[in-house]
Ligand binder design. Structure first.
Ligand SMILES: Cc1cc2nc3c(=O)[nH]c(=O)nc-3n(C[C@H](O)[C@H](O)[C@H](O)COP(=O)(O)OP(=O)(O)OC[C@H]3O[C@@H](n4cnc5c(N)ncnc54)[C@H](O)[C@@H]3O)c2cc1C
Length: 308
């Protein structure tokens, strides 16, 4: 087996739990996984312990304080061993995957949702079709979350390597997102509202349910474009975020192809829409034909009962 490099998913300078899923992807590709943790302090790599890797490298650099595509790619390229590279599929990680691939002259496969030996499957044309490519040598692969089970066990201690690479840029200012709410790209459950919610104030009904079940709140582009109070960071879809939660609840969303492009690979889709002919129902596992005014209070009460 060859060595496969997993670039740890980082969230606020901590190793994100989804990194363990990337290790499983590396094992599925037939590689011995090494997790490379981009960190400013080597202790941040402790979070990669027991995630199933053969070894862990704490790649320490000031460049990793905030994400910057060229700085991260340069610093990681300088320290990560050669071989197949696995990253997450957040917008930041896909950006990094492309940069690393370009630096190393490798092909890149983005948004992998299945790996079978050397065969890597990913959606194309906004999810209307699937492509499977065979890797005949090292490649860079970004892997969507919630596809693989998290790996466990393996290495617990990291070797520390200082790295800067030929970093040409650095972040001068970083603005944290205003909302403390869970981001849609990190959530296992998402409840999204569309134009059918009628007003941004009505998103409070979605937030109440989200708080009950630990979900993130998303939105369609129509909602984001119509109401200033709904920020673009909540938008799911072709020109928003791609999400892959276990459960996606679409409320007052018609199911336009551009919205589906961002959420159709969710494990379970529930749609609430007053129009029985809304296209979203063709993609939903469970559909409720009702207004949200009728459906959400009932749903919320039963979820509250289930959550104790
Ligand atoms: C280049 C391009 C990129 C795009 N990118 C995106 C993207 O990233 N994400 C995205 O979402 N869209 C995107 N769009 C827009 C997309 O085409 C749709 O216009 C948009 O998704 C529609 O949003 P919606 O479903 O909220 O609104 P609508 O299509 O207006 O649907 C509203 C729905 O709410 C239902 N409804 C109304 N009242 C109620 C009620 N009281 N209770 C329950 N249901 C109710 C209606 O029956 C209807 O089905 C893009 C378009 C283009 C051209």
């Amino acid at each position: 087996m060859t060595q496969t490099i997993v670039i740890a998913e980082m969230s606020n300078n901590a190793v994100h739990a989804s990194t363990a899923e990337l290790v499983s992807a590396a094992i599925a590709l037939g590689g011995h996984p090494t997790i490379v943790v981009p960190c400013t302090d080597a202790s941040q790599a402790d979070g990669a312990a027991g995630m199933g890797a053969d070894s862990i490298i704490a790649a320490k650099s000031g460049a990793f304080s905030h994400y910057d595509a060229s700085g991260w790619a340069a610093a990681l390229d300088a320290v990560a061993p050669h071989g197949t590279v696995i990253t997450g599929a957040s917008p930041q990680s896909k950006d990094l995957a492309a940069r690393l691939a370009a630096r190393r002259g490798l092909s890149v496969v983005q948004d992998a949702i299945a790996i079978d030996g050397n065969n890597i499957t990913s959606p194309v044309y906004s999810g209307k079709a699937m492509q499977t490519v065979s890797a005949t040598g090292p490649v860079v692969v970004s892997v969507r979350s919630n596809v693989f089970e998290a790996a466990t066990g393996g290495a617990t201690d990291a070797s520390v390597v200082a790295t800067d690479g030929d970093v040409a840029t650095s972040v001068q200012e970083f603005m944290a997102r205003a909302s403390e709410r869970l981001d849609v790209s990190e959530a296992n459950i998402i409840i999204s509202g569309g134009r059918g919610m009628g007003s941004p104030d009505n998103f409070s009904h979605l937030e109440a349910i989200a708080d009950t079940i630990g979900a993130a709140v998303g939105a369609s582009r129509a909602a984001v474009d119509t109401w200033e109070a709904i920020p673009h960071s909540m938008q799911v879809g072709q020109t928003g975020k791609t999400v892959n939660p276990n459960l996606y609840i679409a409320v007052g969303i018609s199911g336009a192809i551009q919205h589906l492009a961002g959420m159709r690979s969710s494990k379970y889709i529930v749609a609430i829409n007053k129009d029985a002919d809304a296209p979203i129902f063709q993609h939903a596992d469970y559909g409720i034909v009702a207004t949200w005014e009728e459906a959400l209070p009932v749903l919320h009460e039963s979820l509250k009962g289930m959550m104790g």
